[in-house]
Design a protein around this ligand. Structure first.
Ligand SMILES: [Fe+2]
Length: 409
């Protein structure tokens, strides 16, 4: 038991430390601002992840634990109605008090108590489970810290570089179509290792034979879609997608810019020339779907994506580590889905409405976080996350877009 908890202590210290390290280079002002209702301030992320350990681990399971500040239970609650009424999401940017220093002090206290506690034999198994959930939760928020800071910086006309550079240039590879045999396939988490409730239970699905592209769609390929009138052709778009294009007067992905006659893209290290061979990123589901239709292809279902990743992993580039990949699957419960017990039951299941599943992981995902069964989910119009496009198809090889609009699914 001691050895298990020793490993957990090390992991706890490492993951909690990484969250604080991510704010290096950011000012307290950077950390307090909120760019839009969907994106939260860095200070809020640092506080909310601490709230998780205090409210869902220490208070219910650690005898004698004293809250740091009783008002924090409401202030840093995201959406757990069973814990109390949360502070409104869209107003997180007004929380200039408590100050960042206070939030960091709270983090230190909670970490200190939890690490001491893990050194004893008084940690019940159900608390250990919740610590595991809390660490996965913290890693999710680490990715959100990066995407939310990027959203914030993109709205500043100075287009500042926020953090250290991303990994180096990607080596371009030509797209291949990988043939996957259909039949009965097993999907979802089984066995040892952590998984969220929404990845369970493992179950069988029937798949037709299908093809999936070896590479993610690149900026160069997506630029071709733009230059051939992709954003001006309503026949390519879902009805909701076309409304979204028209309402937002959209002509390119979220962080692209064409002022001055050259395509540029904003990133965490500022505005830079568009890299043609990098995967197109920060596209909505609507854009991914329209692009696939223009290519005479479609998006994979999440079951196809998982089966392909399990059976032919080595034939694909960037299944993990570049962009989350939109799937055509609605975010719904697996057969036999059972939410986690207690407040953690609010973690995933109640969001199974109106969202699409994304698979893989991104360059912003925490180290070691990716797994083949992981189900990310966002509304179809979301594009401030690192979301990209992998194509799929059924029968014939989709052809290059000589005449846009031809469907060959
Ligand atoms: Fe959260």
């Amino acid at each position: 038991m001691r050895a298990i908890y020793s490993a957990l202590r090390d992991r706890f210290a490492e993951i909690r430390g990484r969250s604080v390290a991510l704010r290096a280079g950011l000012s307290d002002e950077d950390c307090a601002a909120q760019a839009m209702p969907e994106a939260s301030p860095v200070k809020w992320h640092l506080a909310h992840t601490t709230w998780f350990f205090e409210s869902l681990v220490l208070e219910p399971h650690c005898e004698g634990y004293q809250q740091f500040d009783p008002t924090y239970r409401m202030l840093w609650n995201s959406y757990y109605q069973s814990v109390g009424r949360p502070f409104p999401r869209a107003q997180r940017g007004v929380l200039t008090r408590p100050a960042m220093a206070e939030v960091l002090r709270w983090r230190e206290q909670v970490d200190h108590v939890l690490l001491d506690w893990l050194g004893t034999e008084n940690v019940p198994p159900e608390a250990r489970v919740m610590i595991d959930v809390g660490l996965q939760h913290e890693q999710q928020h680490q990715e959100l810290m990066l995407t939310d800071v990027m959203s914030l910086m993109s709205m500043n006309p100075l287009r500042p570089a926020a953090l250290s550079p991303l990994p180096g240039a990607r080596v371009p590879r030509s797209l291949q179509w990988i043939q996957i045999d259909g039949g009965l396939a097993r999907i979802g988490h089984a066995g040892l290792g952590f998984a969220f409730d929404n990845e369970c239970p493992s179950h069988q699905v029937w798949l037709e034979d299908f093809r999936m592209s070896s590479s993610l769609v690149t900026n160069r390929e997506y630029l071709d879609f733009i230059e051939r009138g992709g954003y001006q052709n309503p026949q390519l778009w879902l009805a909701e997608g076309w409304d979204w294009v028209e309402a937002g007067r959209r002509e390119h992905p979220l962080y692209w810019d064409h002022n001055g006659g050259h395509w540029k893209e904003f990133s965490l290290h500022g505005m830079q020339a568009l890299r043609p061979e990098a995967p197109v990123c920060h596209v909505s589901y609507y854009e991914a779907d329209a692009y696939a239709r223009w290519r005479g292809a479609r998006l994979p279902t999440e079951q196809e994506w998982e089966h392909a990743a399990r059976t032919q992993h080595d034939n694909f580039d960037d299944l993990f580590g570049e962009c989350w990949q939109w799937t055509s699957s609605a975010y719904t419960p697996y057969p036999g889905f059972r939410p986690m017990t207690g407040a953690a039951g609010e973690y995933n299941g109640k969001f199974m409405i109106g969202q699409q599943v994304l698979r893989g992981s991104s360059a912003f995902s925490a180290p070691g976080y990716a797994r083949v069964t992981y189900r990310n989910f966002f509304h179809p119009d979301a594009c401030w996350q690192r979301t990209g496009i992998r194509l799929a198809g059924f029968r014939q090889l989709p052809r290059p877009p000589a005449s846009p609009g031809q469907a060959n699914q």
